[in-house]
Design a protein around this ligand. Structure first.
Ligand SMILES: C[S@@+](CC[C@H](N)C(=O)[O-])C[C@H]1O[C@@H](n2cnc3c(N)ncnc32)[C@H](O)[C@@H]1O
Length: 283
């Protein structure tokens, strides 16, 4: 970790209904940029060698930081795109109850193996299509305190890479699955519509004043569209009833490699950050 957390906890305000943080910890949790390089080996690696059976696992410590701000101990957290369980592992670490939906049985199995390896309590994982979230025979319709999720970034991983990365032998596409139900296999606009539908059902399962916290990343712009996926997701979700956009944080992933994209002709951004979009259900 590169950001140092406060050591002296300070006081917990008895009026705080959102989380178990003290004033000092609250301030630290508001900084707009989280700049971190999480270990990938040893105890702090959280069995990364197993989790990297998935193309983009999230560090459990990062998810834990968000869970500590948006919930209290014992609260219920939903992740409709659970992957190999970054959110669910953080729930076990932080004493929250996690429920994850994941399309791929293989990723669900890796998650269970990680829990065994780390001796962490496995959370509930439902293997299937998150479009079924509103169906009581698919998941228990008990309400959640937080939705914390990291959906595909439209087709970002399903397209072969070009340019500098192709030259370096990294041109292969790495889709999450070959399943047509995988949102990562959909074109940009279709992806946005399907994501909206899933998050509409998910927020139907969210308690009033509960938060929806969502990771995303922008695609490179094209002449046709700016491809700022974070902005398009905010625009899409603003139409959901009772959901308000509350702002975002940025995760600067300091472990990302840099490439000489565009050299020596033109500007092409090296995206080493992701957006953490924050919405609240108002009623
Ligand atoms: C960015 S990854 C999530 C990674 C996760 N945060 C982790 O730590 O492993 C997105 C996941 O969504 C899953 N997915 C895509 N479409 C889905 C759908 N319709 N229903 C449920 N899961 C889906 C993919 O299989 C993929 O594992």
């Amino acid at each position: 970790m590169d950001d140092a957390e406060p050591t002296d906890r300070g006081q917990v305000d008895p009026r705080n209904r959102l989380n178990d943080l003290t004033g000092r910890e609250w301030i630290y949790a508001l900084r707009s940029v989280i700049a971190t390089r999480y270990p990938t080996s040893g105890v702090e690696g959280y069995a990364h060698a197993l989790r990297r059976g998935h193309p983009s696992p999230k560090p459990p410590q990062l998810m834990a930081e968000l869970i500590r701000f948006f919930t209290k101990r014992g609260d219920r957290v939903l992740d409709p795109f659970a992957g190999v369980g970054g959110t669910l592992l953080a729930c076990a670490i932080e004493g929250r109850q996690g429920v994850g939906i994941e399309l791929s049985a293989e990723y669900g199995a890796i998650y269970r193996e990680v829990c065994q390896r780390l001796e962490l309590e496995p959370q509930t994982v439902v293997v299937g299509d998150a479009r079924r979230l509103g169906d009581p025979s698919f998941i228990d319709q008990q309400l959640f305190d937080l939705i914390l999720t990291d959906p595909p970034y439209a087709q970002m991983l399903a397209k072969p890479r070009t340019g500098e990365r192709k030259k370096r032998g990294q041109g292969e596409a790495t889709p999450f699955t070959a399943d047509p139900a995988d949102l990562g296999n959909l074109g940009y606009w279709e992806f946005l519509g399907e994501l909206r539908g899933i998050l509409a059902s998910a927020t139907g399962l969210l308690k009033p004043r509960g938060y929806l916290v969502l990771f995303t990343k922008d695609l490179q712009p094209t002449p046709e569209h700016h491809n700022m996926l974070h902005a398009d997701i905010v625009a899409e979700l603003r139409s959901l009833p009772n959901l308000t956009f509350r702002g975002y944080r940025i995760w600067h992933d300091m472990s990302q490699n840099l490439y000489p994209f565009g050299y020596p002709f033109a500007f092409v951004s090296n995206q080493v950050h992701q957006f953490i979009l924050v919405f609240r259900k108002e009623a």
